[in-house]
Write a protein that binds this ligand. Structure first.
Ligand SMILES: [Zn+2]
Length: 431
């Protein structure tokens, strides 16, 4: 036993010696790996997780699709291993946020899924318009939330030359048709957009709204100049006592006391004339009105504030309404399919108020409104008569207006008109 004990002791001792020797040969051990976690932290800071509407999707995939005809929420989730019970709970509990029966065909949606061979859905984002979306979460918890994408406002400029119509030019330039409507609205009292001249041209500064770096519309025209028949009409947007309006170089409102047309979207089918061939009577007769053709039922609006003096049926006029605006002006609207309710002598109407609907009652061949205009008791051409201005810039606000106008004018003057021979335009994203 004693021998064995000594042998063991010696054996252990020699092992220790060898270990000590080897240790001396080896370089000193590196300090504890303290910097290691630090490096990892640093790496995370450099590469943040990929977020998709607040969800971390680094290890996930996003599948884009559109709602097909007849598809319900369960159908959208069907390929992605979602329990029927989960979809049922979603549908039931989401009503306060979003009614799943309102899913619409052709609307886009994204499904956030795992990258497995049988992908599993984590969430579904449904976009019901350009801005608003709904997220159906089917991960650990099942719930619905809605959100709005950020809308960016970008100032833009454009200029163009008219060959046929403003709408045609705007379309050729690849700009939003909303710009046509806005421009026509700004200059509605100065320019007859049914009678533009080839070579009429314009420059405009406007605000465009963008979502996901795509245009979703035009929010505002800030300034514009429209050269019509060689004369430059300027328009500057300005806020006066919480009321916004467009003003000219001298601070006069571009709005006249009357709307130029009694129907918003229409086409002039017959102008005021001392002598025209009447399609129903088959003889020449003066046409003391302007005919606007529009689909049956199109609202007819009062061109200005006033009092109804007649709202009745006449053999030739059909259903018609006549409005007295003041001691000077009176207007009349004929051939209505229906007179708006509440119209009777003495009724006060507001500018733009619907007074009836386009039709073909009385002596008329097709759906249109015959618009008649009296000034000081004499019938005149509504499209030619000079109408009074609306509120100008108040004297105390004139210095502020002049400053704003000078800045906008400088910007407008910086935009070049395209050459008259072409419709081509320049456009930019100047801020
Ligand atoms: Zn007529």
């Amino acid at each position: 036993m004693k021998f064995t004990y000594k042998v063991v002791l010696g054996f252990i001792f020699s092992i220790l010696l060898v270990v000590a020797f080897l240790k001396r040969l080896q370089p000193a051990p590196a300090p504890l790996p303290v910097p290691q976690p630090k490096q990892e932290q640093h790496a995370q800071e450099v590469k943040p997780p990929t977020l998709f509407y607040g969800m971390v999707v680094d290890s996930l995939a996003i599948v884009r699709n559109t709602v097909k005809k007849g598809q319900r929420l369960a159908d959208l989730f069907a390929p992605y291993q979602v329990q029927g019970q989960a979809v049922y709970n979603l549908s039931r509990n989401s009503k306060a946020v979003f009614d799943v029966r309102k899913l619409r065909v052709n609307k886009p949606y994204d499904v956030v899924v795992t990258k497995d061979s049988l992908p599993v859905a984590k969430a579904l984002v449904y976009y019901h318009n350009n801005i608003d979306y709904v997220i159906f979460h089917v991960d650990d918890t099942v719930f619905v939330e809605k959100g709005r994408k950020p809308v960016a406002t970008v100032e833009k400029t454009a200029s163009g030359v008219i060959q046929n119509s403003l709408a045609a030019t705007i379309t050729q330039m690849g700009l939003s048709p909303m710009l046509t409507n806005e421009l026509a609205d700004v200059f509605a009292w100065q320019i007859d957009f049914f009678r533009l001249y080839p070579g009429d041209r314009f420059k405009v500064i406007y605000e465009e709204q963008r979502v996901d770096d795509k245009s979703i519309g035009i929010s505002l025209i800030k300034a514009a100049v429209f050269e019509h028949n060689g004369y430059e009409n300027y328009a500057y947007y300005f806020k006066q006592n919480s009321k916004t309006d467009y003003f000219d170089e001298d601070g006069k409102s571009l709005r006249k006391a009357f709307l130029k047309y009694p129907v918003k979207f229409s086409r002039i089918s017959s102008r005021y004339s001392g002598n025209r061939y009447h399609p129903v009577l088959k003889r020449y007769k003066a046409h003391r009105g302007t005919d606007f053709a529009a689909p049956k039922g199109t609202p007819i609006r009062a061109v200005g504030d006033g009092v109804v003096v007649a709202a009745q049926f006449g053999k030739n006029n059909g259903n018609y309404v006549k409005i007295r605006h003041n001691s000077i002006y009176t207007t009349q609207y004929l051939h209505m399919s229906k007179i708006a309710s509440g119209m009777k002598p003495g009724t006060h109407v507001k500018q733009g108020q619907t007074i009836g609907y386009v039709g073909a009652t009385g002596l008329a061949t097709g759906n249109h409104v015959c618009y008649r205009f009296w000034k000081n008791g004499y019938q005149v051409d509504a499209l030619q008569v000079k109408l009074p201005s609306s509120e100008p810039i108040k004297p105390e606000l004139m210095p502020a207006y002049k400053l704003a106008k000078a800045q906008l004018k400088a910007k407008l003057d910086n935009i070049a008109y395209p050459p008259k021979a072409t419709t081509a335009a320049i456009m930019g994203g100047a801020r």
